[in-house]
Design a protein around this ligand. Structure first.
Ligand SMILES: Nc1ncnc2c1ncn2[C@@H]1O[C@H](COP(=O)(O)OP(=O)(O)OP(=O)(O)O)[C@@H](O)[C@H]1O
Ligand SMILES: [Mg+2]
Length: 485
């Protein structure tokens, strides 16, 4: 009575009760159960067709479609939401996979139609059964199965172990042939410090390349893309190459031009690469400038174009260089190089990324001072700054002081392309340690003491980056002794 005479109170009461009711439905499974019941009723009002995908044919040979559908279903997010699923450990130590169970129905949606998968098992074999509305059959059956095929290819691509192929030239009988090892480089696109907008642009360029098969075909172009990574030594080019390979899940063919005997040998190497692979030539500018390869410029150009004329598709080519200035412009023309990516020396923003990843520092009172030093034009490569941080990682403040000191030492802008390693050696040995440390302290000494040690370390750094000429620690040692005598 009182309520009916007070509409505001009545409205408030309705809102409160509705809110509590909704919260109750949301917190409990009642809404879910109601939805499920409703769906059952709705399903009963349709006529369905069933398609069975047996695991084996009558000769007990495996049905490849079964394998594909099984992998596809197990990758669906709806399997996680279903009432029941089997859990299995995967190939990697902490990997857990969900697998469809015979008592389970997996619902999938395609072109706004719902399809249902279940698993049948008898004493001899299993089968997956697709249930599809008769009214949807014409519209979606074929494209849906094509979609399953395409998704399976993508899953396989992501799952496979990425391999690094290197061209062996030292054994004559193996010349021109690739040798492979598992590609275990630890870098990813994420671990390379670079402008985040640029990084996102590169990732979306790679992603759109992966999805563009039809587009390239429509244009009558071979499905391939070439990237040039250029910048001073130690700025992350090789690390980024590894990151791209992992991002694409492509095998890497790393061509060592010094081991290629002539132009046609280079072409043969290209012919022996597979689809969905990345072909890498590092330090191309050095080979061209020093003529330290038996391959001619026209051989290189043909190689870059060769991918168009002779070799399948879905390839990515990556070239690295310290600088583009000395390069014949024909090498860089569009079509040969599609995307140019500059790797600069470390700026303040990249420094902060490195401080976060290497020292766990998001902010520090010394940051403002470091920013000022960067503003004076001082710069080191990310490799140099990263190394100082690693050497002093037990004391972030000490690491930052060392970075300031190193930046001030190198702030005259006199670094030469490709000689950064040597400059780091000079700055992190004697002079640098004195400036960075206090009397009697061991500041910065954990890492690099002498030119010899620095070179050894830099040899290791380059070895990690995968270049053959820097793998030979012995020759680094020999060179050191020559320098010291
Ligand atoms: N931008 C960066 N972000 C994070 N780490 C970096 C970056 N640049 C270099 N490094 C680190 O420095 C080391 C050397 O880097 P990398 O070999 O990728 O440089 P590079 O540009 O290929 O040098 P080079 O021209 O001498 O071959 C690696 O250990 C890498 O992790
Ligand atoms: Mg490199």
């Amino acid at each position: 009575m009182f309520l009916s005479s007070n509409p505001i109170l009545l409205l408030g009461l309705i809102i409160t009760v509705s809110y509590l009711l909704l919260r109750f439905l949301h917190k409990t499974s009642i809404l879910y159960t109601l939805k499920k019941r409703w769906r059952l009723i709705e399903d009963r009002s349709h006529v369905y067709q069933f398609y069975k995908v047996p695991q084996f044919n009558e000769l007990m040979q495996e049905n490849q479609l079964y394998r594909r559908v099984f992998a596809y279903l197990n990758s669906l997010s709806s399997i996680e939401d279903s009432d029941f699923a089997n859990l299995f450990s995967g190939n990697k130590s902490n990997e857990i996979n969900l697998f469809i169970d015979p008592n389970q129905i997996v619902v999938d949606t395609f072109l706004s139609a719902r399809v249902y998968w279940s698993c049948e098992r008898d004493s001899r074999s299993r089968a997956l059964v697709l249930k599809i509305r008769r009214s949807d059959k014409r519209k979606i059956l074929r494209p849906y199965l094509q979609h399953v095929h395409a998704m399976f290819d993508e899953i396989e691509q992501r799952r496979k172990e990425v391999k690094l192929y290197i061209n062996a030239g030292d054994e004559p009988e193996r010349n021109g042939r690739w040798r492979s090892i598992p590609f275990t480089h630890p870098s990813t696109i994420e671990t390379v410090a670079m402008d985040s907008d640029l990084k996102n642009k590169i990732k979306s360029d790679l992603e759109s390349f992966l999805k563009s098969k039809q587009y390239y075909h429509r244009l009558g172009r071979v499905w391939k893309r070439s990237y040039l990574l250029y910048g001073p030594s130690g700025t992350g080019k090789s690390s980024f190459v590894a990151g791209i390979a992992k991002f694409l899940c492509y095998d890497v063919y790393d061509i060592d031009l010094s081991k290629v005997i002539n132009d046609s040998d280079l072409k043969m190497l290209l012919l022996q690469t597979t689809n969905k692979s990345m072909i890498v030539i590092e330090d191309l500018d050095r080979y061209l400038a020093e003529k330290s390869t038996a391959v001619s410029l026209s051989g290189i150009l043909n190689f870059m174009d060769g991918i168009i004329s002779c070799c399948g598709e879905e390839r990515v080519m990556v070239f690295t260089m310290n600088g583009k200035d000395r390069i014949d412009p024909t090498v860089l023309r569009p079509g040969r190089i599609d995307v140019h990516i500059h790797f600069p020396l470390c700026d303040f923003s990249a420094f902060k990324t490195l401080a976060n990843s290497h020292l766990g520092l998001k902010e520090h009172k010394l940051f403002s001072q470091i920013e000022e030093v960067f503003q004076t034009g001082s710069s080191l490569s990310p490799a140099e700054i990263g190394e100082i941080m690693i050497s002093n990682r037990t004391s972030p403040s000490r690491a930052l002081k060392c970075v300031i000191s190193a930046l001030q030492t190198n702030g005259d802008g006199s670094r030469g392309m490709g000689r950064v390693g040597q400059q780091l050696g000079e700055s992190t040995s004697g002079r640098f340690v004195e400036e960075c440390g206090e009397p009697g302290s061991i500041f910065c000494r954990e890492g690099v003491h002498t030119m010899k040690e620095f070179r050894k370390l830099y040899g290791l750094l380059r070895m990690r980056s995968g270049r053959k000429d820097s793998m030979d620690l012995d020759s680094v040692e020999k060179e050191n002794s020559k320098q010291e005598t």
